[in-house]
Design a protein around this ligand. Structure first.
Ligand code: ACM
Ligand code: ZN
Length: 521
């Protein structure tokens, strides 16, 4: 197949290979129209940093299509169906990347970078230039949500590593970075109104050494390693990272997990629980019975104050409010929660979380933001515009939600949970997962916004392990998110991966050997 000769990931929608090559050398210039200036600067920077190619850069309002140039054109026309679409035309004379939007041009650049021979990454014989095959590519994504979630509550990786992830996401045309920043084991965002959230809530004494031991005998817990874990992002750090992501056309969606997974909050403010505590930032994992009290007004005050700061920092129109694994056990015996059930005619404790979700969604709605929550938020009277992120269980409820005309992001645990070892989720299992459920009527397919891989980090303690778990599985997710379904093929993907892995090495990514990620293939 022609496409395989080009070895691009994700595989583009339409490719035709022509005769001849373009010679990319130090004499090549980058030419941009005014709207493409930022993209031109990005291309110049990447070629310099990764390939040692220092190219001259021209801005011009008129399009004089000079010889030996990489020409970036943004038409700024309204693109109704697919704002991420681009075309890339490589001829012997020049390279033209054009799109209606800057993001399209950016993705055209990403594809072009994959056409440069890998040996160029080492700066080999730059003076001779590098051959780029003449091609015509028309490309656009299958899904608009192509995401990666990183849990930084369980372990904290820091700014440099997040930038590295954003760079890798850009290379793969992934556009949504979902950032899980709060959980039982740590609160990792500075909130100016509540400085103790990070002063106390970002620190834990240690980490349980095994989950398995716990499961086999609930009475005997595995030992705590007594290695303190801490770390958080200041608001200035967050702004810097949002800027970095924006330059790569990646939306950062912060997740503040409520009302469960809140032990780090309760450790600071036990009065927000049903029982009054006391609590410590958790050193063990799993579902915790102590959660936010839904009966107490001060809980809503607290959340609204926190969200006010969050929406002041994050421009994303969507805010993730968690909602997973919130047990009702404490609510059942809480005077305030029971009073709330009566006042609001909720009927039972099972509807308290829905009351909570709808109130938060209403509040954010007034501020022009929409919520997304894990599939446990689904209930009969859930607010209309809430988005759902499916991960496990209750799939019928998810289908029902979609058939009401509502939107979903798919994070099927058995394919997209990268905390699982390759032994349980080998590469082909991730690759072959399709976000459109086979029993979903075609008219609802567009309600599936896309897919998102999740990396929970209970047992991911450092950058090397993080990268090992994520790559190459995230590359497979990128292809599912972008490539037309009928063009996906695992054998072809593996051949193209051979070409892609050196790029990962150039980024200094720690990924497993083929026999490890393929497992039983
Ligand atoms: C989840 O994995 N608890 C969303
Ligand atoms: Zn309560």
């Amino acid at each position: 197949m022609i496409e395989e000769e080009l070895k691009i990931i994700p595989e583009p929608a339409k490719v035709s290979l022509n005769d001849g090559v373009f010679l990319l050398s130090q004499k090549t210039t980058i030419q941009v129209d005014l709207t493409s200036t930022r993209n031109g600067e990005y291309l110049k920077q990447v070629l310099a940093l990764q390939y040692g190619l220092i190219l001259a850069f021209h801005k011009s309002s008129e399009s004089n299509e000079g010889k030996n140039s990489i020409i970036l054109k943004t038409s700024n026309e309204k693109e109704l169906n697919n704002s991420e679409r681009y075309s890339l035309l490589v001829s012997k004379e020049n390279i033209i990347i054009s799109a209606t939007t800057s993001v399209g041009v950016f993705y055209g650049i990403q594809t072009l970078l994959q056409l440069i021979p890998n040996r160029a990454l080492k700066g080999d014989k730059i003076s001779l230039g590098f051959s780029i095959p003449c091609v015509a590519i028309e490309d656009f994504p299958r899904f608009k949500w192509r995401g990666f979630m990183l849990d930084e509550s369980r372990h904290f990786f820091g700014k440099k590593q997040v930038k590295k992830i954003l760079d890798l996401m850009a290379l793969l045309k992934l556009n949504t970075f979902h950032w899980h920043l709060t959980d039982d084991q740590g609160w990792r965002i500075e909130i100016k109104k509540y400085p103790l959230l990070t002063e106390i809530g970002s620190k834990r004494e240690g980490t349980i050494t095994s989950q398995r031991f716990l499961r086999s005998n609930q009475k005997i817990k595995a030992p705590i390693d007594e290695i303190p874990v801490s770390g958080y992002y200041s608001q200035q750090d967050l702004r810097e990272l949002i800027q970095y992501a924006t330059e790569r056309f990646i939306t950062i969606i912060p997740e503040l997990d409520f009302p469960g997974h809140t032990t780090a909050v309760l450790a600071v403010y036990p009065e927000l629980s049903c029982t009054g505590g006391p609590f410590k930032v958790s050193t063990r994992f799993g579902i915790h019975k102590d959660v936010l009290c839904i009966g107490k007004e001060k809980v809503f005050e607290f959340i609204q104050n926190v969200l006010n700061e969050i929406i002041g920092i994050f421009p994303s129109s969507i805010i993730h409010i968690g909602g997973d694994e919130a047990p009702t056990r404490r609510w059942k015996r809480c005077f305030d929660c029971q009073a709330r059930i009566k006042e609001e005619s909720l009927g039972s404790v099972e509807n308290l979380q829905e009351y909570f979700t709808n109130r938060i969604a209403d509040y954010l709605g007034l501020k022009g933001r929409q919520i997304i929550g894990w599939n446990e938020i689904l209930n009969d009277n859930l607010i209309d515009n809430a988005l759902c992120q499916y991960w496990t269980n209750y799939f019928d409820k998810v289908l029902e939600h979609i058939r009401k005309g509502r939107e979903v992001v798919m994070s099927e645990m058995k394919a997209l949970y990268f905390d699982y070892p390759y032994r349980l989720i080998p590469l082909h299992q991730t690759y072959n997962y399709d976000p459109i459920p086979s029993n979903l009527e075609e008219k609802f397919h567009k309600k599936i916004l896309g897919l998102e891989a999740c990396l929970w980090t209970e047992y991911v303690k450092n950058n090397d392990k993080l990268e090992w778990q994520a790559f190459p599985r995230l590359i497979a997710v990128a292809e599912t998110g972008w490539t037309p379904k009928n063009k996906k093929n695992f054998e072809s993907f593996l051949r193209r991966l051979e070409r892609f892995l050196p790029l990962l090495s150039a980024f200094d990514v720690n990924y497993p050997k083929k026999e490890d990620f393929l497992q039983d293939q």
